[in-house]
Write a protein that binds this ligand. Sequence first.
Ligand code: FES
Ligand SMILES: [Fe+2]
Length: 436
Amino acid sequence: MAQTTTYVEVPSAPAAKPAAAARLESSRYTSRAFMTREWDQMWTCTWLLAGMECDLQAPGDFFVFSIGRESIIVTRTKEGGVSAVYNVCQHRGNRLLVKERGCHKAITCPYHGWSYDLEGRLRATPDADRFSQGIDRDALSLKPVKVELWAGLVWINMNPNAEPLGHFLGPIPQRLAPYCFERMTLVADQTVSLDANWKTVIDNFNEQYHVDFLHPQHASFVDCCNAANQLWPHGHRSVQVEGFVVNPRYPVPDEVPAPLRAAIAPLGMDPGEFAGRVPDLRKAVQRQKREVGASLGYDYSAFSDDQLTDVWQYDLFPNVIMTVQAEELWVMRPRPHPSDPDKCFFDKWTLRTASHMAATGSGIGLSVEAHASGVCARPEREVFTQEDVDAGKYSMNITIDQDVHLLRYMQAGMHSRGFRQAFLNDDESRVQHFHD
Ligand code: FES
Ligand SMILES: [Fe+2]
C-alpha cells in the first residue's frame, strides 16, 4: 500500500525531471521580491487559463481576465475567431472595460471616446483634426496578447514569442479527449478570496497526504493511499485516484458506505448485492456503466475502464487544477493578488455533461454534493470570502470548504520565526515538481 510517482518523458519536450530541486523556503510564499520575480519571469511568459469559451458564443461577446495587476479583454470577433488585447486605452492609458462579461460592437473608452474594433484596431478618435502630429492607427491600436483555445477553455500568453499551447501541454489533451470538456455545461462559477499565497493553494491540491486528516469522508469512496502521481515536462502534474473503493488503511466494511450507495443508485445497482464484497464494487460499476450508460443518456464508449470509476486530477503549470470524472469537471485556478503575496483569488468552475444535467437527483458520479440539475442559463459568478465559507453561507463542495478553512493557517505559519522551509515526503512529489 503506497503511492507511486513516475516521470513522463515526452519526445521533443524538455526532460520531465528538472536539473535542480527547488527549496521550499517560507519566503517563497511571503516575500514581495519573490512575487515580483514570479510576475516578471513566470506569469508574463507562460500560458494562462483566461476563461471559458462558452462566454464567447456570438461576435462581440467578451470577458475580462484579471491576473495580478494586469487585465486582458478576450472577444469573439466578427469572423468567428478570438482576439485578446490588453485592457488599456492607447490615448492616455485608461482601463477600457471594468465589466467582467458582456457583448459589445466596439471597445470604446469611457474617458475621451477613442473606439477600437473587436480585434483592437483603432477606429474612431473624436476631434481627430486636433492631433496635429497625425494619428498612426496601427501604432495606436490595442496591444495584442497571444490566445488559443483548448477543451472549451481560452488560454492567453503575454509572451509574444511563446511556443504554441499544444507544445506546452504535450500529450495531456489527448489523454483528456474522451471527456469532451468542450461539450460540457458550466453549472457553477465561484470565486473566494483567500488569505493565502496562490502557491499555498496549489501545494494543497498537489498531495493526498492530508486527506485522511482533513477530509475523513474520503475514506468511504476513494483510495488516496495508492494514488498514482505523474510528473510531466513543463511542470505539469497528474494523479489517478481509484474511485468506488474504500480507504485500504481501515478494515473493509461489510456494507457499502453511504456515499457509494448514493453513487450507484442511479445506475440501478443494489448495494445489498455487495454486502461482504465491497472491494468488487469498482469493477462492477465499470461494467454497469457500459451496460446501462446509453439507456441513461450517457455515452461512455470513448472511456477506458479506469476513467469510468476513478478521479483524475491534472495540474497544469502554473495555476490550473482540473479534477476530472466521466460526468463532471472542476476547473480550479488560484490567481495572485495584484500586490499582496499573502492573498489570492481562488476560482472554481463546475461543468457537467448534458446527460448529467438532465439526470434526476445527483446523477452519476462521486461528487458528494450536487448542484441543482437541469440548469440551462449561464450561472452568475458567486464572489465570497473565506469567512463566508466558514459561516456556511457559501460552499464549493465539502472537501474544498475544508481546504479553504485551513489555508489561512498554513499561510500564517509561513511568517513564523520558528519555520524556515518545508520537509516533503515521497508522496508529496507533485508539490516538489511544481516548485522545481
Ligand atoms: S484615455 Fe481613453 S480616450 Fe482618453
Ligand atoms: Fe484537501
